[in-house]
Design a protein around this ligand. Structure first.
Ligand SMILES: [Zn+2]
Length: 356
């Protein structure tokens, strides 16, 4: 389309999330603006490519869901442009949940508000600076509120010759039908397991068999695959710590338990808390293992292997107390108590409870 200079005024890339639609939209915009296209790709070196690569192209406007700032002022994307650029520089694959975290307000529901369309109209009315086309990259049109969509519709219905809208949607059924019907739709498919496995091997150093297994449960979604890898890594670390705690407590190795406590405290508050949640879960699962209810058990292979020998130590006499001790530690950590002291105190109590 760009090579024939026959680009529709409103394009919609639609398909499941985590497959690189927005990266594709950005690459397309860069290609349109590139001053020196080579073999169907942008050059990556001309001034406009350089601007695109730093998310700073003067004729490219980003529109994306934001939360209202607390003051009564108007709300639009440019309020968050710094957060947005930082987010884009770190995330090739867009994740709405992660964007929520950047907005520092995880309870809010980000939207594209009506002020956005007024601001956009104002910006587009500037004459184009350099490029033939001004491009609006709009992430998640399904998050537009109705007033905004109606105003924007006017822009799309009576386009300026030099303005292109490229929208990217994870859930195009929620886009206002009047907008949806005026776009040229391009549907993008989920990624194949092979592509995801390659990505995990390249970026996370996962072995090929594990990569395929993870890809298989990721539903063609890179973001899900990345989360699964991170979780799997953390899970492994927590299991190792848990096993050491139980062995050292069983052997009553006080000095080693002290070192262990310092090490766990070094993880920082958030991870310490997740570790304590993880430990409670393992205690519970081992009790279930012990009373032989395999259909109620949720252990991965390595956890199950450890539990084969360990489960017999978790009985009706100590299961509730162990969970209580860990839960108290969690409460202490969450209220900012010293991690090393809390963990050591917990380890001493585990010694006594394992023997009971
Ligand atoms: Zn270029």
């Amino acid at each position: 389309m760009a090579d024939r200079d026959n680009i529709p005024h409103a394009i919609l890339l639609e398909g499941p999330s985590g497959i690189g639609k927005f990266a594709m939209a950005r690459a397309f915009a860069q290609y349109i603006h590139c001053e020196n296209r080579v073999n169907g790709d942008s050059c990556g070196r001309c001034p406009s490519c350089v601007q695109h690569q730093s998310f700073n192209h003067i004729d490219t406007h980003f529109v994306f869901p934001v939360v209202k700032k607390s003051s009564p002022k108007k709300s639009f994307s440019d309020d968050y442009i710094e957060e947005w650029r930082e987010y884009l520089s770190e995330n090739m694959y867009m994740d709405f949940q992660k964007w929520l975290l950047s907005l520092d307000n995880i309870n809010a529901q980000p939207l594209i508000y009506v002020d956005e369309s007024a601001e956009l109209i104002r910006k587009l009315n500037y004459t184009s600076h350099l490029a033939k086309y001004k491009i609006v990259l709009l992430w998640l049109p399904e998050k537009m509120n109705e007033q905004c969509a109606n105003k924007l519709l006017k822009l799309i219905e009576e386009p300026h010759d030099d303005t292109l809208f490229i929208m990217v949607s994870n859930n195009s059924r929620e886009i206002l039908p009047t907008i949806y019907s005026r776009t040229q739709r391009i549907s993008m498919k989920r990624l194949s397991d092979d592509v995801i496995a390659q990505y995990l091997m390249l970026h996370y150093g996962v072995g090929d068999q594990d990569a395929l297994a993870l890809a298989h449960i990721s539903d063609g979604n890179i973001v899900t695959a990345e989360k699964t890898v991170t979780l799997a890594e953390e899970n492994q670390k927590f299991l190792d710590l848990f096993i050491r705690l139980m062995r050292l407590a069983y052997q009553r190795k006080i000095k080693d338990l002290k070192d262990w406590s310092v090490e766990v405290a070094g993880l920082g508050r958030e991870q310490e808390m997740r570790f304590l949640e993880y430990s409670q879960r393992l205690i519970r699962e081992n009790f279930i293992y012990n009373i032989n209810e395999p259909q109620l058990m949720y252990l991965n292979q390595q956890e199950a292997q450890f539990s084969r020998n360990f489960a017999r130590f978790i009985t009706e006499r100590n299961v509730i107390k162990l969970i209580e001790v860990m839960n108290n530690a969690l409460t202490d950590i969450s209220s900012n108590a010293n991690g090393g002291i809390v963990m050591f105190d917990m380890a001493i109590k585990v010694i006594l409870l394992l023997k009971s």
